[in-house]
Design a protein around this ligand. Sequence first.
Ligand SMILES: [Zn+2]
Length: 127
Amino acid sequence: MAFELLPGDECVMKGDFRHEGAIIFQRDQIVQIRDISPDPQRPGFKYVVYSPALNALVRLPGTVLIRIACPNCRTRLTAIGGDCVNCGWEDPESEQAKSQQSVADFRKKMWNRHNRYGGGGDFYGGY
Ligand SMILES: [Zn+2]
C-alpha cells in the first residue's frame, strides 16, 4: 500500500479472507482498524480488526484492505479511492490510478488520430 492505515480508519475488504479454511471476512465487508500490532510470525499482518465471524480480534495485511474514510477528518469517502469532500484529502493510490488512466486516454487518443489520418506512419513524420 502507498500509505499506512491508522487505528480508527475504516476499510473495506478487497476480497474474501480465510482463516484456517473458513471465510471470516467477505469481500466488501467494512472493518475498522482497532490497533496496529504486527504479527511476529507474519510482520505484514499488522492491522488488528474485529471479526464478527470469530468473535475475536484478528490481524490483517494491508494488501486486503481498501481505505474508505478520510485519514484527516474521518469523513466517509463518497467513492473508493475518491477524494474527501470535507477537507479535500486525496488518496495517493487514486492519484496513481488517475495518472495511469490519463496515460491510457492519451494512448487511445493517439490511436484514434492515427486511424483518422489513415495510419501508415506519415502522421508521426510531422514532429
Ligand atoms: Zn477529510
